[in-house]
Design a protein around this ligand. Structure first.
Ligand code: NAD
Length: 505
């Protein structure tokens, strides 16, 4: 597809001048502090709210990936990896400040490429990204080893160092481009590593701009490089590069398995944050109005394209009708529209292919006994060229059906009634995923007992979706491995321990 004058005109009306200039440029990779020109092989970046091509980015080839990795290795060996901790802290604080100063522009890129409502990107994604850099900026001067009582004080001095791993390959999904980049880059850099980031081929702009801001903040050239391109090509070259010392991946279970296989072959540490099919359980003694409000918000936020979306609602049968009615009211109030339109409260799906996949689940679940309570269709009026789908609820499908077991990643809430607490715990735990869960009850004993029995890395009780840089986040079972994001766990995975035995005899 080509970029038409019509497209550039509509973008000039939607974007602030700085974002318009950047978004409509063709982009190559960002290596050694310099933006490269676009390759001959390029990828169209499509606005999912209109289906139009916005710009193009490089499909970065093997030779260029090699340059990016070697640039990161040089920066690790010659500058960033050996810099005083206080200097690293200062640079990361400066980068956080620059993200904040450029927040309006950065938010527009994620809203444009991801179709996410810009007002929500400004109030959710940007603060979370800035918080990551501020929080991990505090860590370099607090990282330290230990003295170990392995021998008597007169015979040997035994102590440990915390050492960065070297070059980290960071691979991110399309649903939280800037945020996911920050979640990886901030702790990896704070630990003293250098990074080659490969953003999703659907959403590259905020990552490329972040790399420019990192140079402006004074990070040495090569400390943060960005290679654009598809997973099968650019991602593959990056993951299998011999000079990459660690892989940090967030994305689907399928690709996570593949990357873990490659990392296993190469004996490289790998951290995976994968998908989820998250049970959100409402007991009859809960504050039903609040539970229903949160259930609807988490189901349809970013069109359900969130790994921890409460996509499987399990409701005590006695309150099912009340909950469903409240969720439908919330869904009917949602304003579907362009991500950059401030009145929009729900955007499109990320691509036409993805919408077709979501619709496939709708077809399958109705054959398997689920009933569409509301939604299920493409909106009739307006938005016809964007990849929109109505907020939808499906009631009553049996547990063993793909729509209940798998991540749909769309505005499709699966609603399942239950009759008994033991029954709901067993059913909620049966799935292959274990990313997060919600529990709604005013009985403090049930709150404690049930939350601990749910097989999920994060359990929200009488709330949902809370997130903070200090609070570890990551999945059990097929939702992840190799360490958590956030908090001490978020930086520990980017460090290795060296033990030194120093004989005193
Ligand atoms: P995806 O797995 O298709 O792609 C993720 C990234 O991997 C992209 O950058 C892609 O280009 C790259 N990739 C694909 N194949 C590759 C390969 N062979 N080698 C190297 N890289 C490769 O996921 P997606 O569709 O972009 O994102 C949605 C998924 O991400 C969902 O499953 C969602 O649950 C998950 N997610 C998880 C979390 C979490 O914290 N657990 C957060 C956000 C998203």
């Amino acid at each position: 597809m080509s970029i038409t004058t019509d497209t550039t005109n509509y973008l000039s009306n939607l974007l602030i001048p700085s974002a318009y200039k950047f978004a409509t440029q063709k982009h190559g990779s960002f290596i050694e502090g310099t933006k490269h020109s676009i390759n001959e092989t390029s990828i169209d970046i499509i606005d999912p709210s209109t289906g139009r091509v916005i710009t193009q980015v490089s499909e970065t080839d093997e030779e260029t990936v090699d340059r990016a990795v070697l640039s990161a290795k040089r920066a690790f060996d010659e500058s960033w990896g050996h810099m005083a901790a206080s200097q690293r802290e200062a640079s990361l604080h400066r980068l956080a400040d620059l993200i904040e100063e450029n927040a309006a522009e950065l938010a527009q890129y994620d809203a444009l490429e991801g179709g996410k409502p810009v007002s929500q990107v400004e109030t959710v994604d940007l603060p979370l990204a800035i918080e990551q850099f501020r929080y991990y900026a505090g860590w370099p001067t607090k990282l330290r080893g230990d003295t170990v009582p392995a021998a008597s004080a007169s015979t040997a001095h035994v102590f440990t160092h915390k050492k960065p791993r070297g070059v980290v390959a960071a691979i991110t999904p399309w649903n939280f481009p800037l945020c996911q980049a920050a979640i990886k880059i901030a702790p990896a850099l704070a630990a003293g590593n250098t990074v080659v980031l490969k953003p999703s081929e659907l959403t590259s702009l905020s990552s490329l701009r972040l790399a420019e801001l990192a140079m402006e903040a004074g990070l040495p050239a090569g400390t943060l490089n960005v290679v654009t391109g598809t997973g099968a090509n650019t991602g593959h070259h990056l993951v299998s590069h011999p000079a990459v010392n660690m892989i940090s991946f967030t994305g689907s279970e399928k690709v996570g398995r593949h990357i873990a296989g490659q990392a296993g072959q190469d004996l490289k540490p790998v951290a995976l944050e994968l998908g989820g099919k998250n049970p959100n359980i409402i007991l009859p003694d809960a504050d039903i109005a609040k539970a229903a409000q949160y259930a609807a918000t988490t189901a349809y936020f970013y069109s359900g394209q969130v790994c921890f979306s409460g996509s499987r609602l399990m409701v005590d049968r006695s309150v099912l009708d009340e909950v469903l009615e409240a969720i439908q009211t919330h869904a009917e109030d949602l304003v579907l529209g362009h991500g950059l339109d401030r009145s929009t409260t729900m955007g499109p799906l990320s691509s036409d292919t993805h919408r077709n996949k979501v619709e496939g689940y709708l077809e399958e679940v109705t054959i398997n006994g689920g009933e569409i309570a509301f939604g299920g269709l493409r909106p009739e009026k307006g938005n016809s060229d964007g990849f929109f789908l109505q907020p939808t609820a499906i009631v009553g499908p049996p547990d063993i059906t793909p729509a209940v077991e798998e991540e749909i990643f769309g505005p499709v809430l699966i609603v399942q009634p239950f009759d008994d607490i033991e029954e709901v715990i067993t059913r909620a735990n049966k799935g292959k995923y274990g990313l997060s869960a919600g529990l709604w009850t005013n009985d403090v004993r049930n709150a404690h007992r049930i939350s601990q029995r749910l097989e999920a890395g994060t359990v929200w009780v009488n709330t949902y979706s809370d997130w903070h840089a200090t609070a570890p986040f990551g999945g059990f079972k097929n939702s992840g491995m190799g360490g958590k994001d956030n908090g001490a766990e978020g930086i520990e995975k980017f460090l290795d321990t060296q033990t030194i035995w120093m004989s005193l005899e």
